[in-house]
Design a protein around this ligand. Structure first.
Ligand SMILES: Cc1cc2nc3c(=O)[nH]c(=O)nc-3n(C[C@H](O)[C@H](O)[C@H](O)COP(=O)(O)O)c2cc1C
Length: 224
């Protein structure tokens, strides 16, 4: 796919076909993504690729904990609820997704169902759990490096007709992910990417999220 087309057609996928993704294709995606830049070429990342029974166990237990109202347990520090412009953008994309799915504002049951889908990693056939070497904590650069790898994964997947959604909800109970996937203690769990062939009949997959006009966040200095 042409780069412009790749970047501008990509959108998060939250409905997947019940079709496995071949291991060889996942390996190709990771080969492409690992060309991402990283601080001083430190490449602090690890990718744990889950499918089948272990992934089902992660999503079941992650969801059960959330239904029971237990707090999340993440390795990474999170800032809490968004406010101001960030909150507005969060609400904006949620409205787009709910409208596509026909979920009414006051339909608590369907809204809860949507949240639980997220905790189940949208029932994707594959989940890539991204971790970094914990020895680099505290530090933003390794988080930055993982972001670069992560976008590479998402784009390389899309280029092959495979959809993905970066899925913070999927690692809300990082302790469960660590236990089931036998992730070593010297790695910190950053996020996961749910991945699979997009179900084109799933309405939310058509949602094109909005972006702020560049004038609102870009300054040019020293140009004519
Ligand atoms: C760090 C990170 C965490 C995310 N976590 C979730 C999540 O838990 N659930 C979800 O539905 N989408 C999640 N997303 C996807 C964003 O909602 C999505 O990228 C954003 O709304 C823009 O939409 P687009 O990817 O379709 O362009 C996450 C994205 C990032 C980068």
């Amino acid at each position: 796919m042409d780069f412009q087309e790749l970047v501008h057609s990509r959108r998060s996928t939250r409905g997947f076909k019940d079709r496995p993704v071949p291991k060889a294709v996942i390996a190709e995606i990771i080969e492409d993504a690992k060309r991402a830049p990283s601080s001083m070429n430190s490449q602090p990342w690890h990718v744990h690729v889950l499918t089948g029974a272990p992934l089902d166990e992660v999503r079941r237990r992650n969801m059960e904990e959330m239904v029971a109202g237990k707090p999340s347990k993440r390795d990474i520090f999170t800032h809490g609820p968004y406010e101001g412009a960030h909150r507005e953008r969060q609400v904006g994309v949620a409205k787009q997704l709910f409208a596509a799915m026909g979920i009414a504002r006051d339909d608590k049951a369907m809204r809860q169902d949507w949240v639980l889908r997220g905790f189940r990693q949208f029932d994707a056939p594959v989940s890539l759990v991204l971790t970094y070497d914990r020895v680099l904590d505290p530090g933003a650069t390794c988080h930055f490096d993982l972001g670069a790898l992560c976008y590479g994964i998402v784009l390389a997947a899309w280029d092959r007709g495979i959809g993905a959604v970066v899925n913070g909800q999927g690692i809300a109970r990082s302790d469960i992910v660590r236990e089931v996937a036998s992730i070593p203690d010297d790695e910190a769990i950053m996020t996961c990417v749910a991945l699979g062939y997009p179900d084109d009949r799933f309405p939310a997959n058509a949602v094109k999220s909005e972006r702020t006009p560049a004038e609102a966040f870009v300054r040019y200095v020293g140009f004519d």
